[in-house]
Design a protein around this ligand. Sequence first.
Ligand SMILES: Nc1ncnc2c1ncn2[C@@H]1O[C@H](COP(=O)(O)OP(=O)(O)OP(=O)(O)O)[C@@H](O)[C@H]1O
Ligand SMILES: [Mg+2]
Length: 268
Amino acid sequence: MAIIAMVSAKGSPGVSTAALACTLSWSRPTLLAECDPAGGDILAGYLSGLEIPPRGLLPLAVADLRGRAREEFPHQLVDLDAGDPGRRLVLPGITDPVQANTLRPTWERLATFFADLEHQDRGIDVIADCGRLTTSAAPWPLLHRADLILLVLRPATLRTISPALPAIAHLRRELTEHGRGPGALAMLTIGESTYPNRELEQRLQLPILASLPDDPRSAQVLSDGGRLRRNPELLRAAASIEPVASRTIAERRTRLSATAVPTEASNA
Ligand SMILES: Nc1ncnc2c1ncn2[C@@H]1O[C@H](COP(=O)(O)OP(=O)(O)OP(=O)(O)O)[C@@H](O)[C@H]1O
Ligand SMILES: [Mg+2]
């Protein structure tokens, strides 16, 4: 599948929870990359019961500057599934927002590194938690490169919906100018909506790829740690996003390759 980025416009609609729910429930090997410039959550949250030495995105970015990302990558991961090593991986995010400045010049190369993981032995898909777009340090090169960008939104009230409008306009502009067009954009809604889906899509001029239910008990475990109940609703719903995302990405790739202008190299 490749890179699936999740972002929000404002507030805390549940990006990190949704990204972790997908990582824990998808069938293909998946890497959750905590790319939120405000900092990662998982070591102090879902994994807070474990003693995990410092590791993650920042050391990987530094290794990448030295051309050693591939060798360093396995040492910067946390494996979430002892029963099936390599299937559910996490690259913990930065621990201080100041470190986002160090990451800034490395996003381009990191995006290429993440995109290449799809072509490794087991073929890893990357779910990138990119946090809120309102920050000045958003990982834009990664968003430009993403195969699917899910704007995570709680469509509970007009107040929670309206920040999505400028965010979508911003994303569209960025993807048109620097990416491969706004076709990678879609919404992931969380919880009950004030409007029927069709009306929300029309108002925001963006398709809803999927929705996750309100499931506070499971969400709290994913946020702060603890034991998940058996087969929770949130993970079942997250699992059902995988085939939709996979199909959407495949269709977009087909469209893009059909409209690609042949280069000299591809003519040779
Ligand atoms: N599907 C859900 N059902 C119920 N509660 C949820 C759900 N998703 C997230 N939450 C809760 O909402 C709060 C915010 O979630 P989360 O940290 O995932 O948001 P976020 O968008 O990543 O926020 P931030 O922008 O601050 O990183 C947490 O307390 C979490 O447990
Ligand atoms: Mg978050």
